[in-house]
Design a protein around this ligand. Structure first.
Ligand code: SAM
Length: 312
């Protein structure tokens, strides 16, 4: 099976010419499996000892403590370990781990995860907060909401308060309430496309991308309203489309630019590119240049991240 033609044509205009072929290839094979220790239940050394005793061969990811990789064919065995059932480890792509780490919530803070299910990033936020403070997790889809609740329980999170509601309403209900907000927005999931899985692309169209962009804009405005002055907001998607990344940020800056700055991001690998300066008729605010588009590799999923701060 091949990727939708409209998608590859657009992707060619988005990623740097010299990287396009390598990026395209990443859609053809499963990624290496990565997982991390759940610091609410274990430590890196305890988990390493437990897995080694169980005969699981893993490699450390050098640039993030407590994070490991295994070959895709070993994933099944990992999911049969007691550490997995006991919630002492969590399988997650590296891109997804980076977003909450860059938001860097601290113990005792008030934190909001505005599009939370199934909760992979909420779990990291709770770990960084050491199960203290107040962590609100919002998810409107009923089925996904219950998956989120199960995950939080299984992984020992006790500081989270879960809400089955639409994130677009949160800003008005909770004005300037949160120190940090993660908006890992619903998106067209282009970075999850696989040429060997027809279902992964079946809902995609340029029209869908544009529709999703409208939802992302409204969620970003809601997040801005809910953020305390001096607070930080991290916006991320697993889409390549500028309509879902640069454009919603542009929309936010056009409305509230005088109260926002973007913060530079330093990532520990070089498969990154700067955001686009323009797309179609849109010319983007130069502050968006502080965001980062992560290009996919055989281990890392494609991702887009922007960190913003609300000025006082
Ligand atoms: N952060 C999650 C994680 O790491 O496990 C993944 C979040 S996923 C990219 C986006 C989520 O947003 C989906 O669970 C989707 O159901 C939810 N969503 C869709 N519409 C929403 C809305 N209006 N408000 C809040 N969340 C929404």
């Amino acid at each position: 099976m091949s990727l939708p033609e409209a998608f590859t044509e657009r992707l060619e205009k988005i990623v740097p010419h010299e990287r396009f072929a390598a990026v395209l290839k990443t859609f053809d094979a499963p990624k290496q499996v990565t997982f991390r220790v759940n610091t609410l239940k274990s430590t890196p050394s305890e988990l390493e000892a437990e897995l080694s005793q169980g005969g699981i061969a893993f490699e450390r990811v050098e640039w993030m403590e407590g994070v490991y990789r295994i070959a895709p064919e070993d994933k099944l065995r990992l999911t049969q370990t007691e550490a997995f059932y006991g919630g002492r480890l969590y399988i997650q792509n590296l891109s997804s781990m980076i977003a909450p780490v860059l938001l860097a919530p601290r113990p005792e803070e008030t934190v909001l995860d505005l599009a939370a299910a199934p909760g992979g990033k909420t779990l990291i936020l709770a770990g960084m907060m050491q199960n203290t403070g107040w962590l609100s997790a919002v998810e409107p889809s009923r089925e996904r909401f219950f998956r989120l609740c199960d995950n939080l329980k299984q992984q020992g999170v006790t500081n989270a308060h879960t809400y089955m509601t639409d994130g677009r309403s949160v800003g008005k209900k909770c004005p300037e309430m949160f120190d940090r907000i993660l908006l890992d927005a619903p998106c067209s999931s282009e970075a999850r496309f696989k040429t060997y899985d027809e279902k992964s692309t079946s809902f995609w169209s340029v029209h869908k991308v544009k529709e999703t962009s409208k939802l992302q804009r409204r969620l970003l405005l809601s997040a801005f309203d809910a953020l305390k002055p001096g607070g930080k907001l991290l916006y991320s998607t697993c889409s390549f489309s500028p309509e879902e990344n640069e454009s919603p940020l542009q929309h936010l800056l056009e409305r509230h630019g005088e109260r926002l700055k973007t913060l530079p991001l330093v990532l520990p690998f070089d498969n990154v590119q700067k955001p686009l300066e323009r797309w179609g008729k849109e010319v983007y605010d130069e502050r968006i240049q502080n965001a980062v588009r992560i290009l996919p590799t055989d281990t890392i999923d494609g991702f887009f991240i922007c960190l913003l701060e609300k000025t006082s």
